[in-house]
Design a protein around this ligand. Structure first.
Ligand SMILES: Cc1cc2nc3c(=O)[nH]c(=O)nc-3n(C[C@H](O)[C@H](O)[C@H](O)COP(=O)(O)OP(=O)(O)OC[C@H]3O[C@@H](n4cnc5c(N)ncnc54)[C@H](O)[C@@H]3O)c2cc1C
Length: 506
């Protein structure tokens, strides 16, 4: 390996590969010519996973930084706005609550929860976005510009189309070289680093080598997992789901409403997702095969969409919930599914790709020594993030009152990570607050934890520190401000589909 990093080889052309290429190349777009060569190689005959349509609000800044305008995303990826998640039937089999992306009013200054009479109403009393979602409205009006909005949002988008846009942009605007070839073997050098890749292309075998390899080969984890043998850490004892079925559901009519939030509906042993694009819905069922047979899952999915599955092209995916013990090993870093995967309940996978690629871009090590330090720090952060994601997803399960064995097993204390138990011990007497989550490695704000806990009916016992909660007047002011904003937004925001159509015509 040369002293400084001059070449980067990204292996894999799914969302992780192209998004990483775009983020890294955009960050280094002003480097002197020839000082950093970025190549992406992908197999033409190994398909991408073909799912992954829900994103996190970080995606807006990512798209803007890469240099793609928002209209392109909406036009080419048939995108819709995602203003949060609606969780249906997670507490009983007849309820719902929201995890909106906009933080509660007063967030960081005062916690509204102690002043809310029915804790399940927290999201509505402290913020307007749930009502906007229930009314099916866009998060902004035509007067507001790209990437702006009073309501925080992400996108629902067609995963294949998104990768295609990124590919074109990388090739035409960001100078990424695109090579087609299938990795057949990975050569390691005398110090155990990756020395070269042996590939097969249309014109026969060829080799590729680089100073740093980015493994985006999906569940195969060809470089980090297979070649470098970095062990897999399973977290199946906390998160049981290991199978998914996904399909595309057409709208009945082209004027049908497009949901502006992901709908996650609890089923007897898993949950279904429902993601609204402008041209179709992406629907799927995530479940645990220890509690549900494939035939039962099919029956759930069929019931959910109201049609026999025989009419649809159903994609079936098996996965193991967990992640690699180290994300960066020697001269190889894994991004995307090759690094790990947990069920897609809060669309954390693409968000982690953004986080990882940005870290690589910002810390592209100058030489061998700094690469080791960078890897060590990155691994520590990623380890923490995986455990935080595990805790946050598990939180969605542990307050359920559903009686089925799958849900009861989720509430078994033995299935709850110690770190989450520690959080709950603190939140017993006060809810999550902003300073609980201030570190750089945090992915979710305290607001996200508040929406889940309170939405599922968890009310901390405030009596121990009742003297702290004497801000009734301020709470009233926030409540009134929220009511006013809710009314104004309900009157001024356009229906979701109408907005997208008119905006794209502008
Ligand atoms: C059921 C399900 C639902 C999901 N929903 C969401 C969601 O809503 N939101 C979210 O953020 N994420 C979601 N995800 C995760 C998301 O789909 C992935 O994180 C994202 O698509 C990135 O995948 P990837 O690029 O890592 O892998 P892949 O899409 O599998 O791409 C792998 C690439 O590697 C290439 N490759 C493989 N082997 C070789 C080889 N030998 N030589 C050369 N190239 C090779 C392939 O050709 C392909 O280009 C979901 C995942 C699943 C399973």
């Amino acid at each position: 390996m040369s002293d400084s990093i001059k070449s980067l080889l990204i292996v894999g052309g799914g969302t992780a590969g192209w998004l990483s290429a775009a983020i890294i190349a955009a960050h280094h777009r002003n480097r002197p010519e020839g000082s950093l060569k970025i190549t992406l190689v992908e197999a033409s005959d190994i398909p991408t996973v073909g799912v992954g349509e829900g994103t996190w609000p970080t995606i807006r800044n990512t798209v803007r930084t890469i240099g793609i305008d928002e209209k392109t995303i909406f036009k080419e990826c048939f995108a819709g706005f995602k203003q949060g998640g609606k969780f249906v039937n997670w507490v009983t089999d007849d309820d719902f609550y929201y995890h909106p992306f906009t933080v509660p009013l007063g967030y960081g200054q005062m916690d509204m929860a102690p002043y809310v009479e029915d804790i399940e109403d927290f999201a509505v009393e402290a913020n307007y976005q749930q009502e906007i979602c229930e009314a099916g409205l866009a998060p902004r009006s035509l007067a507001e510009g790209e990437f702006q909005s009073v309501c925080n949002y992400a996108y629902h988008l067609d995963a294949g189309a998104f990768a295609n846009i990124l590919k074109e942009h990388c090739k035409t605007e960001l100078g990424v070289e695109h090579v087609i070839g299938t990795v057949k073997d990975v050569e390691r050098n005398e110090i155990g680093h990756i020395g070269a890749l042996k590939l097969e292309g249309d014109n026969g075998p060829f080799d590729l080598s680089a100073d740093l390899y980015v493994d985006c080969t999906g569940f195969r984890s060809l470089l980090l997992g297979k070649a470098l043998d970095v062990p897999f850490v399973s977290n199946e004892k906390y998160l049981f789901n290991n199978k998914a079925m996904a399909l595309h559901v057409p709208y009945e009519s082209e004027d049908d409403d497009v949901a502006c939030h992901t709908i996650a509906t609890g089923q007897n042993a898993g949950w279904t997702w429902d993601i609204g694009l402008t041209t179709r819905r992406g629907v799927g069922h995530v479940y645990s095969d220890a509690y549900l047979s494939d035939a039962e899952a099919e029956a759930n999915l069929s019931k959910y969409i109201g049609k026999p599955l025989g009419d649809f092209d159903v994609k079936r995916i098996s996965f193991q919930s967990g992640y690699r013990a180290r994300t960066w090993e020697h001269n190889c870093v894994a991004v995307g599914l090759s690094c790990g995967f947990v069920e897609p309940l809060e669309a954390t996978a693409i968000m982690l790709v953004e986080v990882a690629a940005r870290y690589i871009a910002e810390n592209l090590p100058a030489d061998q020594t700094s690469m080791e330090v960078t890897a060590k720090r990155f691994n520590k952060q990623m380890d923490y993030r995986w455990s935080r994601i595990t805790d946050f997803l598990k939180l969605h399960y542990i307050l359920t009152k559903r009686p089925e064995p799958y849900w009861r097993a989720h509430c078994d204390p033995a299935s709850i990570p110690d770190s989450l138990k520690e959080d709950l011990a603190i939140w017993k007497h006060r809810g999550p607050i902003k300073s609980d989550f201030d570190g750089v490695a945090e992915l979710f704000p305290a607001a996200s934890y508040q929406y889940i806990l309170y939405g599922m009916g968890y009310k901390p016992d405030y009596s121990r520190q009742a003297y702290l909660y004497n801000q009734e007047q301020q709470a009233d002011r926030i409540r009134q401000k929220n009511q006013l904003m809710t009314q104004q937004l309900l009157q001024s925001l356009p229906p979701h589909r109408d907005y997208i159509e008119h905006w794209l015509e502008q």
